[in-house]
Design a protein. Sequence first.
Length: 365
Amino acid sequence: MGAHRLLLCLVTCMQVLVGTVAAGPRPPAMYVFGSSIVDVGNNNYLPGAAVGRANRPFNGIDFQGSIPTGRFSNGYNTADYVAKNMGFVYSPPAYLSLVPSSLSGPLVFTALSSGVNYASGGAGILNSTNAGNTIPLSKQLQNFGATRAKMVAAVGAVAVDNQLSRSIFLVNIGNNDFYVFAAAERTRNRSDEDQRRDAVALYANLISNYSASITEMYSMGARKFAIINVWQLGCVPAMRALTPTGACSDLLNELAAGFNDSVQSLLASLAGKLPGLVYSLADFYSFTHDVLANPGASGFTDIAHACCGGRCTTNSTLCVDRDRHVFWDGVHPSQRTAFLAAQAFYDGAAKYTTPINFKKLAQSS
Ligand SMILES: *[C@@H]1O[C@H](CO)[C@@H](O)[C@H](O)[C@H]1NC(C)=O
Ligand SMILES: *[C@@H]1O[C@H](CO)[C@@H](O)[C@H](O)[C@H]1NC(C)=O
Ligand SMILES: *[C@@H]1O[C@H](CO)[C@@H](O)[C@H](O)[C@H]1NC(C)=O
Ligand SMILES: *[C@@H]1O[C@H](CO)[C@@H](O)[C@H](O)[C@H]1NC(C)=O
Ligand SMILES: CC(=O)N[C@H]1CO[C@H](CO)[C@@H](O)[C@@H]1O
């Protein structure tokens, strides 16, 4: 009885809150899906020694209070800055920080008032990517579906559909599918030519599963998609370390670019098929290309080394100026890079978003 009352109160108070906020420019909520680039702590709750977690220093050294939250960053990450640009405080909280709970109140309240972040470090579009040590995109969608059912139980389907149709669905995924693919190809000693051939099958699986996932989100009420493509995967420190001279892997960059082209076609095609779907596709690839080609313009002095080492721990030797490093660790952007990328996607140069920027997406009715 007490719990039920509390839930009712939370829901009522929240409706007041949402009603008030809806008058402003901020979308009602944001739901985040993807990999470690946008994870804000889900992996802290996954069991097993092989799970990648950013729950210890020096991760979080520039976060408020210098606490490691599970973000793979010295501070805030790309989801935080996208959210902040759209009028939220930072990214909504990690789903697994809201469940399990004997009360569905905290999850429902958060889902209705600001949104939830389902992203997980190591996650792929494919279930097989880092299987067992991450929450794959398919499972992230199931977690969203479970959230949605609780929202509907609390405030009814009409209110939930109304809210979801005006909320932002931020997705950044695909990087890990390529890292896993590249590692397998290396193990098999495949030539560049063979890898290009193998990638054709990978693209087909990725795009069909990505298409199914976006369509599934749509069927659950999502309408506004902010999709971030994969960045220059071949230039992250962990991939540079595998080339004889420490240069970028041109092949991996080529494969990433090819995937991005397919994602662009996919979204255009889905928008033609699914009434009311609007999207902004952010070109993280060309953003990183431009930053790495002219780092000084963005205030960077190091584009090749991880500020906190390949795997960031308390034993790492930190770089001197974290804001001057593009990369925080072997595969993640520094806080500064995340900040600049989110700005570019929100209302930066037109070339970084197709067909509209995140600002127009957030403010579209
Ligand atoms: C992926 O895993 C989900 C469960 O998380 C399952 O429902 C789905 O069928 C799987 N998809 C494929 C293509 O294996
Ligand atoms: C990998 O392939 C190259 C060229 O095809 C060959 O020279 C090399 O010996 C192979 N390495 C291994 C470990 O099989
Ligand atoms: C998804 O990828 C798997 C391979 O991982 C493949 O078997 C499946 O056909 C793909 N497509 C869909 C729609 O699930
Ligand atoms: C740091 O180094 C110490 C001493 O070599 C080692 O015992 C400890 O496990 C290391 N910690 C981490 C997080 O790697
Ligand atoms: C290098 C390259 O082809 N990049 C493409 C990746 O996909 C985006 C669409 O999001 C294209 O605009 C880029 O040209």
